[in-house]
Design a protein around this ligand. Structure first.
Ligand code: MG
Length: 361
């Protein structure tokens, strides 16, 4: 029997080409020149992830057979006794995605082939339109539609208040222009339906419109908002409730048919399995590295398939191009793919990561 190819070292690469901290893992092997890359980006706690990899997972996986991805995933996941959480899951994802990368390289195939092959020719993506006024959001959305995009997430500023997702915010919702504005739920939940009334009237029925609540609204106001938006036929309403308020999804489901996407903060199957099993959401929206990598994401997607839930993996600026490529290989291969959030990479990022995923119409 040939000797197995084994892991010889694991390095973490910390980089921030556009001011967003990215964590990439490089797994080296006993075969000269053969290595794998994985995304372990938890941008808000990047050094904690790097420590978990360098001090704990690297010694734990060194010497293991690179082919045994499932076994390594299970062993790493249980090796600290206490498991889960964004730090440990991201560390594990870096190793897991790198091992899938190595397996695909050894097979001489794109990774989606190892996942069963393509279910579609390309991955439809959605983009972010935002603005200070309804007219500005409309203009931003129109520009994307003219480029060939068909799915647009729309967010608008709330005059006099802080909000999430308009252009005065950075990609994580932090204020850039005014540090003095406060967040108020009522102006937000009353403005959002008026925005979508404007957009449907202006853009017609064909465009698919999305909106992100970003877990910010008190639960009962979130129920009200989902009902108020129903008539505008969203493609989905994202992260309507905080992970602490999940029981309210039953109430939302009983009262409205607004499609629901949930889960970019989820890190544990105990959070998402009940929502899927009870068919309380329509799209699973996890951040793949935050749940532990491609190995758990494939199982999650298969579980969702049986229950009529589609995927909408998280993919904004705090996913490295390595992670975005992993998203897209999975997106190509799963039958219940829904939509992929697009990460547009700037020139600085392209310089650091040659071979970034591309968008074509
Ligand atoms: Mg979101």
């Amino acid at each position: 029997m040939p000797r197995p190819v084994t892991i010889t070292d694991v390095k973490t690469i910390l980089t921030a080409p556009n001011g967003i901290r990215l964590v990439v893992v490089k797994v080296y092997t006993s075969e000269p020149g053969l290595y794998g890359l994985g995304c372990a980006t938890f941008t808000q706690r990047a050094l904690a992830v790097a420590t978990a990899i360098e001090k704990y997972l690297c010694p734990f996986v060194t010497g293991r057979d690179v082919d045994r991805i499932e076994d390594i995933y299970q062993a790493c996941n249980l090796s600290g006794y206490w498991r889960s959480g964004p730090v440990l899951n991201n560390a594990l994802s870096g190793i897991d995605q790198a091992l899938w990368d190595i397996k695909a390289k050894r097979a001489g195939m794109p990774l989606y082939q190892l996942f069963g092959g393509k279910c579609r020719e390309a991955v439809p993506v959605y983009v972010h339109a935002s603005g200070e006024t309804f007219g500005a959001v409309e203009e931003s959305a129109r520009a994307y539609l003219e480029q060939g995009f068909r799915h647009v997430r729309c967010q608008v500023a709330i005059p006099g208040f802080s909000t999430y997702g308009n252009r005065s915010m950075n990609s994580f919702g932090a204020l850039n222009l005014s540090q003095t504005r406060t967040w108020e739920a009522t102006p937000y939940v009353t403005t959002a339906p008026r925005l979508f009334a404007h957009l449907r009237q202006a853009l017609g029925d064909e465009v698919e419109l999305l909106h992100d609540v970003h877990e910010r609204v008190p639960a009962i106001q979130a129920v009200w908002l989902a009902k108020a938006l129903e008539e505008y036929r969203l493609f989905f309403l994202e992260d309507l409730l905080a992970p602490e308020d999940l029981d309210y999804f039953r109430m939302v489901r009983q009262q409205t048919a607004t499609p629901l996407a949930m889960g970019e903060l989820f890190v544990n199957q105990a959070e998402y399995v009940p929502l899927i099993r009870e068919r309380l959401i329509d799209f699973i929206r996890v951040h793949i590295s935050d749940i532990g990598g491609l190995t758990p994401a494939r199982k999650l997607a298969a579980f969702c398939e049986f229950l009529g839930v589609r995927t909408a993996f998280h993919g904004p600026g705090d996913v490295s191009p390595v992670g975005h490529a992993a998203n897209m290989h999975l997106d190509l291969a799963i039958p219940n793919f829904g939509i992929q959030e697009l990460a547009l990479f700037r020139d600085e990022t392209r310089e650091v990561f040659p071979g970034c995923p591309e968008v074509h119409d």
